[in-house]
Design a protein around this ligand. Structure first.
Ligand SMILES: [Zn+2]
Length: 472
């Protein structure tokens, strides 16, 4: 389902790559570079030696040297065999893991109460190893587009940003979202935002099925991707309409509700939570999604936050949250410890959500990942939590990296540019201090994030952000 979008992303990407080529490291004036303060070292020529390389495909990891020149990976070879010229900086990688930068597919630049926190969020994403994001719904699309261009030009730190149009919903939906009331209005909405340069339209829970179908058709005509956090439209209906992606795994699916009136958003949790992952309804749903090539975005970090038996905010998160949000988070965790578990917040339902994603992949489905920021789930930290949770769901380290990098790149039409460690690819890389295979939580120990060969220092990116996340 990438072809409609490939053209647009190629344009966006051409601009990015052009920048990297136009400004070789040698000619870049460090003092003039607004990103210099965030870098571990200047330039975009590096040799990373002796790291355990997870290449972003099924192959087993191996210890190798990786040469980066002018922002791209030019060689991946046995340790000690790469011949480097002058001006190439060596980065010691032994005992460390090197993986492709994450391509986050549900990575907002807003949180409830903070309609645009792009400057802070972009730094956090990059610090955590996220080198490309699709925002998957925007509360401030103009702000997103502006920041996307600043990142492209190298005047703001952050991942490359694929911006979204305003959310689309129906008459019962939240006020800031767009509610096209006719097919004509729906087509105008798509055209207007396509012209402005977004790549994605996100359908939200109350969208009318006929409006949804019109938007998908027009979006594909304009080369845009359509994804949904659905309720009024079932997954099967959306698949038939040709939707590209569905958000939050199984959780929002209303397909299991018996006699659901068409177009009505009705409670669906109890109809799902009791199901076994081997039940015929689950089989049928997976078969429908896979046969229609619908991508599914895993957002386990945000889903985890609704389960009382799961860990809530950790200390590093509370330190970054704005004081009023840190307080709310502590209060919420205390309240959750008190409430009685219902079916839809039960350990069994959590297990079903994990198992569904594994079954979807086993059946040939393409799983993507993003944290969905909110509550205590922060930009970047949420992506790292997803890594841990996908491992907990039973995916191997290599599979988890494919889900978090290469599959997202594929969905964005960037799979020839990012998401793998191989010659010719952009040097979008995460150097992790530790063995992420033996200990998934080592993913939190990011030492350097390379984005198109620029070596960002997470500590420098995060400096001064304490208490800043989610300020209005
Ligand atoms: Zn979201």
């Amino acid at each position: 389902m990438i072809s409609p979008f490939a053209r647009v992303s190629a344009l966006v990407f051409a601009a990015l790559c052009g920048l990297a080529v136009a400004l070789p490291a040698a000619s870049r004036q460090i003092s003039d570079d607004p990103l210099a303060v965030f870098l571990a070292a200047p330039g975009d020529d590096f040799l990373i030696t002796g790291a355990t390389v997870f290449s972003g495909d099924e192959a087993a990891p191996s210890v190798q040297d990786v040469l980066i020149r002018d922002g791209r990976i030019v060689e991946v070879a046995d340790v000690g065999t790469v011949i480097v010229g002058e001006g190439v900086k060596r980065v010691e990688g032994s005992g460390k893991s090197l993986i492709p930068g994450f391509v986050g597919m549900h990575n907002h630049l807003h949180m409830p109460g903070a309609p645009f926190m792009g400057d802070v969020a972009a730094r956090l994403y990059l610090a955590a190893g996220v080198t490309t994001i699709q925002t998957a719904g925007s509360a401030d699309p103009i702000g997103e587009l502006r920041l996307a261009r600043q990142v492209e030009r190298g005047t703001a730190p952050g991942p490359r940003i694929m911006a979204s149009a305003p959310y689309v919903t129906g008459p019962d939906g939240n006020p800031p979202m767009d509610k096209p009331a006719s097919a004509d209005a729906a087509r105008r909405f798509v055209d207007e935002w396509a012209d402005r340069g977004v790549n994605t339209i996100k359908l939200y829970r109350h969208t009318d099925p006929d409006i949804a179908a019109t938007i998908i058709e027009q979006a594909h005509r304009r080369g845009l991707r359509v994804t949904g956090h659905l309720c009024s439209v079932t997954y099967a209906e959306a698949a038939e309409m040709g939707i590209d992606g569905l958000e939050h795994g199984l959780h929002p699916a209303s397909d299991m509700v018996e006699d659901k009136p068409r177009g009505a958003c009705v409670p669906s949790l109890d109809a799902k939570a009791a199901l076994d992952v081997d039940s015929p309804q689950i089989d049928a749903l997976i078969e429908t999604l896979v046969s229609h090539d619908v991508e599914l975005t895993s957002t386990l970090a945000i889903l985890e936050s609704r389960f009382p038996h799961r860990p809530q905010a950790d200390d590093r998160t509370l330190t970054l949250l704005a004081p009023h949000l840190a307080e709310a988070s502590r209060a919420r965790a205390e309240a959750m410890a008190e409430i009685e578990t219902s079916l839809s917040t039960s350990p069994a339902y959590w297990t079903l959500l994990l198992a569904f994603e594994r079954r979807f992949v086993e059946a040939g489905g393409r799983l993507l990942a993003g944290p969905d920021t909110g509550r205590h789930v922060l930009p970047g930290f949420g992506d790292q939590r997803n890594f841990e949770l996908l491992r907990e769901a039973g995916f191997s380290t290599s599979q988890t990296i494919i889900i978090m990098s290469r599959n997202g790149a594929h969905a964005l039409g960037l799979d020839k540019e990012t998401g793998r460690i191989a010659p010719g690819y952009l040097a979008d890389l995460i150097l992790v201090d530790g063995d992420i295979d033996a200990d998934p939580s080592a993913i939190r120990e990011v030492e350097i994030v390379f984005r198109a060969g620029q070596a960002f220092d997470p500590q420098r990116l995060m400096k001064g952000l304490e208490g800043q996340v989610g300020l209005p």
